[in-house]
Ligand binder design. Sequence first.
Ligand SMILES: Cc1ccnnc1
Length: 294
Amino acid sequence: AVFKPENVEDFYELGEVLGSGHFGQVRQVRERASGTSWAGKFLKIRKNACSRLGLDRSSVEREVEILQAVQHPNIVTLKDVFESRAEVVLILELVSGGELFDFIAEKENLLENEAIDFMKQILKALTFMHSKNIAHFDLKPENIMLSDKVSPHPNIKLIDFGLAHLFYQGEEYRSTSGTPQYIGPEVINNEPLSTAADMWSIGVITYILLSGLSPFQGDSDEETLKNIIAMKYEFNARYFSTTSSMAKDFIEKLLVKNASERMTAEECLLHPWIKPITRKQAANRNRSSINMKN
Ligand SMILES: Cc1ccnnc1
């Protein structure tokens, strides 16, 4: 793929750093022609295959290809791509509401209902991506952002498709990258992966959203990975006493060792926790609150 060879600064004024990660850094940028603000993701490209620093250009091409394939209201949109000798710059929709977990932490009494509203949006994005045989493979609280901080029902935006993968028919794909707390057993065991790996991460994220605890986290990454392989997690009564049984059932149907037995994103949207079958169930859900003691 050929990206724009022009200098990104001829078209965008660089602003503050919004975040940085394994890839490089994200800065707020202002489009000179329109004054509109965007997010510029500056990716360092390695000069030759031997060098350790920077990303392979092909992996950047993959991220661009995937972002162009997944246009959805709950997924960050890609507007432009510039390339200089040593870096590629993705011009992305500016998502300025911060991370989902910061939003939850700041709120007062957050009902399960609001958690469900967020989860529904995440599941709609995943249903869309998975229907195109695209897996995110790095779902975690930092990559679930809010469109803005002001509206009472902010929109969810999935970001960072740097580890995402488009599955070709019958193709086998293995990878052991991802963040220990959120990866499934099949990732740790370097087994062939599928979109079901994202659903394990959704189980972990839901558990944290409702309790503030991370289900498998140990004192080290090694211990965390051991806990995942051993399926060692519990709903500690001190943190889950106010959590509805439907919420626990939702999590239990995602934290399943056998990836093919996990709920898909589509099935999650039909689960009674997300889609109540009776008015009584909906009322019951309202009485449950997110644990904010810790
Ligand atoms: C961090 C970030 C990424 C993409 N868009 N806005 C903000």
